[in-house]
Design a protein around this ligand. Structure first.
Ligand SMILES: [Zn+2]
Length: 216
């Protein structure tokens, strides 16, 4: 089975993808990870990608598709894929469909995480990472205290790009460019909505039940 996890920034789709990888023996396909791997492995493509990113330019759909086809054409991973943050636009979705057809695979379902906007904002803007031990807390939902964290509070830092301005920008791009993909997949009758407002384990259970009901 191949699954697409869909949702705005702060919807927790990365966390859910990681849990599914662990519990269902799926392979996570994240374009961020694929791009970082190329750069870290110093491939010739990685060199090109690094120049683009360093200049602040977007990585083209062509490069992304070249990375994705490496995964889809890999027999060992066939029908065990969970896509996290890809496809990001209609162009990529159409390419994905034709790559899957070529390698005799298909998407089993598109899980769309629905999260209220003020929860998304609190999840992102409240995020605090400890610069000493690396643990991640949230000012609103999971504050650091003496019982759950041994470091001094001044080690807690907010990520540079977790400002209200950049979050609003990311949400706007999502609603303009990525959200229309829901229609694309609804036409294929693949979309299942998930209530993403609750706790991580609760959401994971809801997702697992849907996947079980697919019966593959
Ligand atoms: Zn710490």
């Amino acid at each position: 089975m191949n699954i697409i996890l869909f949702g705005p920034p702060g919807s927790g789709k990365g966390t859910q993808a990681d849990k599914l990888v662990k519990n269902l023996n799926l392979y996570k396909v994240s374009t961020g990870d694929l791009l970082r791997n190329e750069i870290n492995n110093k491939t010739s493509l990685g060199g090109k990608i690094k120049i683009l990113i360093d200049k602040g330019n977007f990585v083209s759909d062509k490069i992304i598709n070249d990375l994705i086809i490496n995964i889809i054409s890999n027999n060992k991973l066939s029908n065990h894929l969970i896509f996290d943050g890809y496809p990001r636009n209609i162009n990529q979705a159409e390419s994905l469909d034709s790559m899957l057809i070529k390698y005799k695979q298909k998407i089993s379902c598109v899980l769309s995480l629905k999260v209220e906007k003020d929860i998304v904002l609190k999840r992102i803007l409240g995020r605090q990472v400890c610069s000493k031990c690396g643990l991640v807390y949230n000012k609103f939902f999971n504050p650091s205290n003496k019982n759950n964290h041994k470091c001094e509070p001044h080690h807690l830092k907010i990520r540079e790009d977790d400002t209200e301005e950049t979050v609003m920008k990311r949400l706007l791009t999502y609603s303009k460019v990525t959200f229309p993909l829901i229609n694309y997949y609804e036409k294929q009758d693949l979309v299942k909505e998930i209530d993403g407002n609750g706790k991580i384990d609760q959401i994971h259970e809801e997702i697992s039940n849907i996947i079980k009901s697919l019966g593959t």
